[in-house]
Design a protein around this ligand. Structure first.
Ligand code: GLU
Length: 284
């Protein structure tokens, strides 16, 4: 990689991430369900514990959680093949997932809320501003909002697509200080790490974005919500001055490590620099 980001820009971004007051955390289906499409209690409890590490430091957390369809499939004794089946399945999974979140957060006396979004809510300014007001109020009350796409009413053509884009739009909309995307791989690699043992982790993305994009395009499978959309989402928030990190959901104390300034996953440097004291990473 010829355009590796400057060390200073990486370090400043890491510091900014560590100091973030308002954090959007995105957890994918694989980080919440098992291979037979049921909620994986161990994974969910770990995620909740990781989030509570940040809550105990007084940080505001917004969780964007997938898993409605993933968790629903294991609960309905029906073949879920058509779009209509998936829409219905998502409602079963979503309510079950929320029940498990409620129980798990209760161990810490932490209240949570559910918000389901559709495409219109992101593009219509009145609807988006209502959404933002609700989130602000919940955060003021110390509640953790848990957001997902409203899969029951989103037909294929109007689907937002995946929660990687939702989490980026939410992070920008609520002026978060950091977006953390948790996945079952540890960040962005020079190849698909599930297939290529030689693939190396890319520590930081900034002025090397075009190169990274090419690598990701070439190594991504068509897999829904693969690394490509995670990279796009991270870059989108970078363009609004927000740092992003793609990291491994199974890594112990992953969120705690991020707010302690440790180097984990792949960090994305805001486009206009990590601070006003430098010209940033001179991305373009
Ligand atoms: N909204 C979908 C679900 O909860 C998942 C979308 C995604 O994986 O990004 O099942």
């Amino acid at each position: 990689m010829s355009n590796t980001p400057r060390l200073q820009a990486v370090e400043e971004t890491r510091k900014k991430a560590a100091e973030a007051d308002r954090v959007v955390v995105k957890a994918g289906t694989n980080s919440l369900t098992d291979s037979s499409s049921n909620v994986d209690d161990e994974k969910l409890e770990k995620l909740v514990g990781d989030i509570m590490d940040l809550r105990s430091r007084g940080k505001e957390i917004i969780l964007v959680s997938s898993g409605a369809i993933g968790a629903g499939k294991g609960r309905v004794d029906q073949p879920a093949e058509t779009v209509e089946d998936m829409q219905a399945v998502s409602t079963v999974g979503q309510s079950h997932l929320m029940r498990r979140y409620t129980e798990s957060f209760e161990r810490y006396d932490q209240k949570i809320a559910q918000i389901l979004l559709s495409q219109e809510d992101l593009v219509d300014s009145d609807r988006f501003s209502n959404f933002r007001n609700s989130v602000e109020t919940l955060l003021e009350w110390g509640v953790v909002p848990i957001i997902n796409e409203n899969d029951a009413i989103a037909i294929e053509e109007i689907k937002i697509g995946d929660n990687d884009m939702i989490s980026a739009s939410v992070a920008v909309g609520v002026e978060a200080d950091l977006l953390v995307t948790l996945t079952d791989v540890g960040g962005v690699y020079t190849g698909n790490p599930k297939e290529d043992p030689e693939a190396k982790k890319i520590e930081a993305v900034g002025r090397n974005y075009a190169e990274v994009q090419e690598i990701v395009e070439a190594s991504s499978s068509a897999e829904f919500g693969g690394i490509r959309t995670k990279v796009q989402g991270a870059r989108e928030v970078n363009e609004h001055g927000i740092p992003a990190i793609i990291a491994e959901s199974t890594e112990p104390d992953i969120l705690e490590k991020i707010v302690s300034g440790e180097s984990v996953g792949t960090i994305f440097i805001p486009v206009n620099g990590a601070s006003s004291t430098t010209d940033g990473d001179a991305n373009e």
